[in-house]
Design a protein around this ligand. Structure first.
Ligand code: SF4
Ligand code: SF4
Length: 64
């Protein structure tokens, strides 16, 4: 089974750009003022999840 990738909850995202600057994979892009994670690049490191000030990113998958 594939490792769950981080996902942005677009309705919450404030487009602060914080997650983009910390992603070691450059896997996050700002599209239409919402952070969008390029799933093929994401290595599920979780840094963006911890960085987002409003908890708009979750680790992905359904269970943990
Ligand atoms: S989990 Fe890591 S690799 Fe994936 S988008 Fe977030 S910071 Fe980037
Ligand atoms: S850190 Fe959170 S609020 Fe800021 S751009 Fe990323 S997902 Fe959006």
């Amino acid at each position: 089974m594939a490792k769950p990738k981080a996902v942005v909850h677009e309705k919450k995202c404030l487009a602060c750009g914080g997650c983009i600057s910390v992603c070691p994979q450059d896997a996050i892009l700002m599209i239409a003022s919402k952070a969008t994670i390029y799933q093929e690049k994401c290595i599920s490191c979780g840094i963006c999840v911890k960085t987002c000030p409003i908890g708009a990113i979750s680790e992905g998958g359904d269970k943990k």
